[in-house]
Write a protein that binds this ligand. Structure first.
Ligand code: NDP
Length: 250
């Protein structure tokens, strides 16, 4: 196997489906060893099996933990340290989407969305940063969203979590650059996955009408950006927010 990520060890959170799965698969195709995180043992094992069937010789392993569980995150990263003595790429992809007009957003919803999208991202980045800084290299890729940059009515909580991810990315990029650890974000637009499956057809059409390229993106479109940010192709790129949105924001 040979590719842009040959020999690198990557951890992708929320890798059981959608953008996370596509990223794990694309990484494996490019020669990376991939740790597939998920909350469910079955889903993570199924994802690993699917990748091994698609990419002969792929080195992928499930790593089950919930990103909101601090103890479980700590334990998972100490296992990674013990087993591999380091980590080259972290893709903070796990996320949840909950929409509500501001007057209807509950405290519980706020805690849930912030817990996964922002705290989960922070915790994983914190442990990865330690491993990477010690090794003097690494790439952290945080999946944000266009709404984290531009906002959206009915998505104040989700947008705040994704804007937080951008602030985290920029700060970590400054803090970790001297250790040769790069930190970037990807801001996907409207990507065809389970996350947007419940968007009604009429609303879907209206959103697509606002995309300059006239179509939704695929999980693979986002995965390709992650390959760039994880590989040496982006060795002088840090603190950036890369839009993958078909021109939705121009
Ligand atoms: P999906 O809903 O298809 O997948 C979300 C993934 O996150 C699942 O694998 C899910 O696991 C995992 N996850 C959720 N909560 C946790 C948790 N507590 N611990 C570990 N894993 C968890 O969504 P997408 O693939 O579309 O989204 C991936 C990322 O991209 C998200 O951060 C999302 O916000 C972002 N994004 C997506 C856009 C889109 O249009 N689709 C646009 C902009 C950003 P499980 O299977 O167990 O639920």
């Amino acid at each position: 196997m040979s590719g842009l990520l040959d020999g690198k060890l990557a951890l992708v959170t929320g890798a059981g489906r959608g953008i996370g799965f596509a990223t794990a698969l694309a990484f494996a195709r490019n020669g990376a060893r991939v740790l597939l995180n998920g909350r469910s043992v079955e889903r993570a094992a199924e994802a690993a099996k699917l990748i091994c069937e698609t990419v002969p010789g792929a080195d992928v392993r499930p790593l089950v933990f919930d990103v909101t569980d601090s103890g479980a995150v700590k334990l998972a990263f100490s296992e990674v340290h013990k087993e591999y003595q380091g980590l080259d790429i972290l893709v903070n992809n796990a996320g949840v989407l909950k929409d509500a007009l501001v007057g209807m957003a509950s405290e519980q919803m706020f805690q849930e969305v912030m817990g996964v999208n922002l705290s989960g991202t922070f915790k994983c980045a914190q442990f990865a940063a330690r491993l990477m800084a010690r090794a003097g290299s690494g790439s952290i890729i945080n999946i944000s969203s266009i709404v984290g940059r531009y906002g959206n009515a009915g998505q104040s909580v989700y947008a705040a979590s994704k804007a937080g991810v951008i602030g985290l990315t920029l700060s970590l990029a400054k803090e970790l650059a001297p250790a040769n650890v790069r930190v970037n974000a990807i801001a996907p637009g409207f990507i065809e996955t389970d996350m947007i499956a419940s968007v009604p057809e009429e609303k879907r059409r209206a959103i697509i009408d606002g995309i300059k390229m006239g179509k939704m993106g695929t999980a693979e479109d986002v995965a390709n950006a992650a390959i760039f940010l994880g590989s040496e192709l982006s060795s002088y790129v840090t603190g950036q927010v890369l839009g993958v949105d078909g021109g939705m924001t121009i």
